[in-house]
Design a protein around this ligand. Structure first.
Ligand SMILES: [Zn+2]
Length: 316
């Protein structure tokens, strides 16, 4: 239902773009993720597909245009269709058509590049990549690596680095990972990817504390939440959210690994992005509001603060 906000409350989407831009985003990605024909058919809104896509693209472009001094890039996207089946050739044709129409709208809107993302089949990613390149666009292709019975592999059985190499060999300009994994579980896959390709590498984890037991946020449990038996799915992950500093450290680690397209996926908040930008040595517009904890009544050391509130009186 959230996609309808593009038509019903476009001003809210614009404001969200502005917040991420002010926090340091270099890329304004249109709010088109998962708004494809198959998903919209599933929710009975296929008739809204084109207007949702084109309006989201228009909103992203207009938001970027508000900050000409930042030289922002605008991206369109295609994503997991959920109908791809390696054994069903017809599904490949249907995927290709879905990708082509979305890429067409993105190209007409004048985006700088197209991101194919959250795809867990190398085969499906290749179809998306081909559609982007056939349209003459720059292609960023990001895989979501599940943690199913076959381990850290794409659904068709390649390691993340093998799949990224295949995508680079087929013309991707940027390859990497997004979604599913939190920073720690994504980071462990990155050195191999960096070694296997020579193009730019992308890393956009979810800002949640996934771990060896639950490498992805898909079926993670929150032991601290007993009201729903810890089964947090996608809508109760709050208790597992990373701090801004965990995300800042992730950005720094990526830069050290020469991972050069750094971001966050589902669950990103502007304060995460700002900390990532700051940790990379940037001072985004919202740096103006960066917290100065030295003046906090309890945590700070500023001489103007009252000694009566010192931590020794407040700490348990
Ligand atoms: Zn995501």
């Amino acid at each position: 239902m959230y996609r309808n906000v593009v038509l019903e409350h476009p001003e809210v989407v614009t404001q969200l773009h502005r917040e991420f831009i002010r926090s340091g985003s270099d890329v304004v990605e249109a709010f088109t993720y998962y708004g494809h024909r198959e998903k919209l058919k599933l929710i009975g809104k296929e008739h809204l597909l084109e207007s949702l896509q084109t309006n989201a693209l228009k909103i992203a472009k207009a938001a970027a245009d508000e900050f000409p001094e930042l030289n922002l890039m605008v991206a369109g996207n295609v994503a997991n269709t959920n109908i791809y089946d390696p054994a069903d050739k017809q599904s490949h044709i249907y995927c290709q058509k879905m990708f082509e129409e979305q890429i067409g709208w993105a190209k007409d809107a004048g985006v700088d590049f197209v991101i194919a993302e959250t795809i867990n089949w190398t085969g499906e990613a290749q179809i998306a990549l081909k559609a982007i390149k056939d349209a003459g666009m720059i292609a960023v292709v990001n895989l979501a690596i599940p943690a199913g019975p076959f381990g850290d592999k794409t659904r068709d059985g390649q390691s993340a680095s093998e799949a990224c190499k295949i995508l680079e060999d087929h013309g991707a300009d940027v390859v990497g990972l997004n979604c599913y994994r939190g920073p720690t579980m994504m980071k462990k896959l990155l050195p191999e990817i960096r070694k296997s390709v020579s193009c730019h590498v992308a890393a956009l984890p979810v800002p949640f504390r996934t771990n060896e037991q639950y490498p992805t946020f898909m079926y993670i449990k929150d032991e601290g939440c007993d009201c729903i038996d810890g089964n947090v799915s996608h809508i109760a992950l709050d208790g597992l959210t990373c701090t801004r500093f965990e995300m800042g450290n992730f950005a720094k680690d990526c830069a050290e690994m020469n991972v050069n397209f750094i971001g966050i996926c589902c669950g990103a908040d502007p304060h995460h992005v700002r900390e990532m930008a700051v940790s990379l040595g940037r001072k985004p517009i919202a740096y103006k509001y960066y917290p100065d904890m030295n003046k906090h009544f309890a945590y700070g050391n500023d001489k103007q603060l009252k000694e009566i509130n010192d931590s020794k009186y407040l700490k348990p």
